[in-house]
Design a protein around this ligand. Structure first.
Ligand code: ATP
Ligand code: MG
Length: 422
């Protein structure tokens, strides 16, 4: 019978690779706590309307990337393509936005029906950070500092460059939008098909085109900075000053516009040239208008999301992280007495050494076959319990990853020995 396979672009993360994920997740968790960010857990499914209203009808995500379906009641539901909308929905629904500041983070799978390729999947994982209730650029800088610390802790800071830009307010963007449309209209023959479509629907997105043939035209396009009002200009100026003070280097990229409609003022991306075309590892910015757009009160909001797959791809020696998570010891036990004594011994060891990773052979087998399993488990040492060892209260020890020969310890020496492996 033909075997059923996973959906294209949706990947299993097998046990030999989960340690690197767990490592990154643990660093993320620790850094979030160190900045006072609280975790929020959100549903994977939301009403389709939520994403249409927040992300924007004429964005790539809503136009062609969402997994949308009718449930049994006929409601239109969508697997979340990103976390910002759901996070805001939850906070509004539970009254968390009223008169207070929220610093939040979440993580988990997101779903987009894109063309699968390296660094681009249909189910992928994000860590997202959102802050509500602060409209000054110091908080934008805090988000950048937090992400920058994460890169340092993970040893990948040297591979990432910070790009920033400002998108002004919605009103300022409207003026700019008209200028941009005029500019691209006069060069209509040079626009690719995608850009011609965007000229009508979402002209700012033309600036985000990845088509190299469009680059020259985009470089010469008018820039938004010329149309900013005083407040937006100051906000951006202050952002840059604070980044300078914090010693964070950055590049101002006037064509950085982001793919979602809800951004205003600050936008930023951490990019690398080590991942080919999928070079953005982390992206975010301010989205002050979104709360009102969703029918809520209060306004200031800023955040970012990072792509876990792309981040993990940048780690220096991920295989070392995977190897470091293998068991310390595998207990071989041959014979009925050894099985009984071994079970009790293993529990006593786990009581005494909570960080010990110990696998107990189950299902019987000869010494030879149990040694094979011990080797496959990746354990550093095999502990050997046969009839003789049980009788004399001894235990055999064999290092599986070095050439050292087998030796015998008194069972009472086992705890201090295992401590040296942890
Ligand atoms: P891109 O320009 O690569 O399509 P985006 O602007 O659509 O990215 P965001 O919505 O800002 O991406 O998501 C934030 C981060 O999530 C991205 O920078 C990237 O690291 C990751 N990401 C987005 N889409 C995917 C995907 N399909 N597969 C894997 N990671 C993704
Ligand atoms: Mg995208």
């Amino acid at each position: 019978m033909e075997k059923i396979q996973a959906i294209r672009g949706m990947h299993d993360i097998l046990p030999d690779r989960t340690p690197r994920w767990q490592y990154v997740e643990s660093v993320v968790r620790r850094i979030m706590a160190s900045y006072g960010y609280e975790e929020i857990r959100l549903p994977l499914l939301e009403k389709t309307e939520l994403f249409k209203r927040s992300i924007g009808e004429v964005t790539d995500i809503v136009e062609k990337e969402m997994y949308t379906f009718e449930d049994r009641n006929g409601d239109s539901l969508t697997l979340r393509p990103e976390g910002t909308a759901g996070c805001l929905r939850a906070c509004m629904e539970h009254g968390l936005l009223y008169n207070r500041i929220n610093r939040l983070w979440y993580s988990g799978p997101m779903f987009r029906h894109e063309r699968p390729q390296k660094g681009r999947y249909r189910q992928f994982h994000q860590v997202g950070v959102e802050v509500y209730g602060i409209d000054t650029p110091d908080i934008d800088v805090e988000l950048i500092l937090l992400s920058s610390r994460l890169w340092r802790e993970l040893g990948i800071a040297h591979k990432l460059e910070l790009q920033i830009n400002t998108l002004g307010t919605a009103a300022e963007r409207l003026v700019y939008r008209n200028k941009l449309v005029q500019y691209f209209r006069t060069h209509y023959e040079k626009l690719d098909e995608d850009s011609r479509r965007r000229l009508e629907t979402n002209p700012l997105r033309i600036l985000d085109s990845k088509n190299p043939e469009m680059r020259e035209l985009i470089q010469a396009a008018p820039v938004l900075a010329d149309d900013l009002g005083e407040e937006s200009r100051n906000h951006f100026q202050r952002l840059k000053e604070l980044l300078d003070e914090a010693g964070i280097s950055y590049v101002v990229n006037p064509t950085l516009v982001r793919g979602l409609d809800y951004y205003s003022r600050t936008v930023f991306e951490w990019v690398t040239d080590e991942l080919g075309a999928q070079g953005t590892v982390c992206a975010g910015g301010r989205y002050d208008g979104l709360i009102e757009q969703l029918g809520g009160k209060g306004s200031a909001a800023t955040g970012f999301a990072l792509g876990m797959e792309r981040l993990i791809e940048l780690l220096e020696s991920p295989e070392k992280l995977d190897a470091a998570a293998r068991p310390h010891a595998y207990l071989i036990r041959v014979g009925g007495e050894a099985e009984r004594r071994g079970a009790a011994l293993a529990e006593a060891l786990r009581d005494a050494l909570p960080n010990l990773r110990l696998v107990v052979n189950c299902g019987g087998g000869s010494f030879k076959s149990q040694f094979k399993r011990a080797d496959k488990s990746g354990a550093a040492v095999a502990l050997i319990l046969g009839e003789d060892e049980v009788r004399d209260q001894l235990i055999g020890v064999k290092h599986l990853r070095t050439e050292e020969g087998q030796r015998t310890l008194a069972q009472s020496e086992l705890i201090p020995f295992l401590q040296t492996l942890i």
